[in-house]
Design a protein around this ligand. Structure first.
Ligand SMILES: [Fe+2]
Length: 386
């Protein structure tokens, strides 16, 4: 069966790539953007740099800077209303995955109407909306190149996954210099998110030779640089590697899908407001231990790509090294358990059946090498709690 690959039409990559914004817009025939960002980017100087470039190119712009971490249906609706009021032809999402996901959600609802939950996976999005140009300021979600957006439905507290060509940006600007000021926690959480993308894309039942190369490349870049990027924020080589790793991991999982870690991570994020990368990190070692027996060779390849196992080493030994490394990485990056994060046991236990049901409904666990039952997911949630 042929693999169907979705990517942006244009990607500007490298230090200083932000300067390509007016040029990218011209190539795509776009001239009236609504910029979608968050209050921090709006005041830290990054937005000013982008708008100065647009001013110099005499491109008129407006800003919607009220995006929130883990975008909500309410924020998307506000953005859609703003887009309708003005004479815009495009959206420029600047910020972390949340700002970019918000821009995507606005584009989808602007063109197709209805509500985000109408397009919940596996529903199809009928039409592609106004083009989105994505400019990530974190090295993590890969949202700048993916055909996904995740929006929290405020009525149900569910993190809704929507997917399709309509969610893939038309262009991306991947400029690692925008990540030099990222604080430690954000660097660690977003970095582990991108490592999870690469591993899950590689072990996914929907992986293809095309995505395998991207995923292995990303694993090598991230595993070799995540500690340096955390310890030395101004380490440009480490920041560049993390940014490249995040984007290539994004391309890999956009076309191979994520699996059980992400499926189980979204409910933790939605119910307990744990940052996305952190809830992935809480799960990654245990879920890998659960899944590895079903795809030993693939997980051994991950260990080799990450540089924690030798090329000639047997698969069983390589997987043991992978598990060691994932646990050690969590220790080194001070990833708490759900308990240490402050999630109450009683509340957690009570929600487990709903969390398991939401995890399964997202479809991601079905891509896992070992597909769990609801009871097994509940047991895994219990195992990671301590
Ligand atoms: Fe993710």
């Amino acid at each position: 069966m042929a693999a169907l690959i979705t990517t942006p039409r244009l990607i500007a990559v490298g230090g200083g790539a932000l300067a390509e914004l007016p040029g990218l817009m011209a190539r795509l025939g776009l001239s009236r953007p609504l910029i979608v960002t968050d209050p921090y980017i709006a005041q830290c100087g990054t937005l000013d740099r982008a708008t100065a470039l647009l001013d110099r190119a005499q491109i008129p712009w407006s800003v919607f800077s009220d995006t929130v971490t883990d975008p909500t249906t309410e924020v998307i609706d506000t953005g859609v209303a703003l887009l309708r009021e003005g004479n815009f032809d495009s959206l420029v999402g600047i910020g972390g995955g949340s700002s970019i996901d918000t821009a995507k959600g606005i584009s989808v609802l602007f063109r197709n109407g209805g509500q985000i939950r109408d397009y919940k996976v596996p529903a199809e999005i009928p039409e592609v909306g106004p083009p989105v140009i994505a400019i990530p300021t974190t090295a993590g979600t890969g949202s700048e190149v993916t055909r996904f957006t995740v929006v929290t439905d405020t009525e149900t507290d569910e993190k809704v996954l929507i997917a399709g060509l309509a969610c893939c940006p038309s262009a991306a600007i991947v400029d690692y210099e925008l990540t030099l000021t990222m604080p430690l926690r954000l660097t660690a959480d977003t970095g582990i998110d991108s490592l999870t993308h690469a591993i899950e894309a590689y072990v996914s039942r929907r992986a293809s030779p095309f995505t395998d190369g991207l995923a292995k490349n990303a694993m090598g870049l991230i595993a070799r640089n995540i500690r340096a990027a955390c310890a030395e924020p101004e380490n440009r080589a480490a920041r560049e590697a993390m940014m490249l790793g995040a984007t290539t991991a994004g391309m890999a999982f956009s076309n191979a899908s994520v699996a059980l870690v992400h499926g189980m991570s979204r409910p933790i994020g939605a119910f307990f407001h744990v940052p996305h990368g952190l809830s992935n990190a809480m799960l990654l070692p245990e879920i890998t231990a659960f899944s590895a027996p079903a795809a030993l060779e693939r997980y051994a390849d991950c260990a080799r790509a990450m540089g924690v196992a030798e090329e000639g080493e047997g698969s069983q030994a390589a997987v043991a090294r992978l598990l060691d490394e994932l646990r050690r990485l969590n220790e080194d990056l001070a990833v708490p358990s759900p308990r240490a994060y402050g999630i109450e046991r009683a509340c957690y236990d009570e929600l487990l059946p709903v969390m398991a049901a939401q995890a399964l409904a997202s479809g991601s666990p079905a891509n896992n090498p070992r597909v769990p039952t609801a009871d097994e997911i509940i047991e895994l949630y219990r195992r990671v709690y301590e």
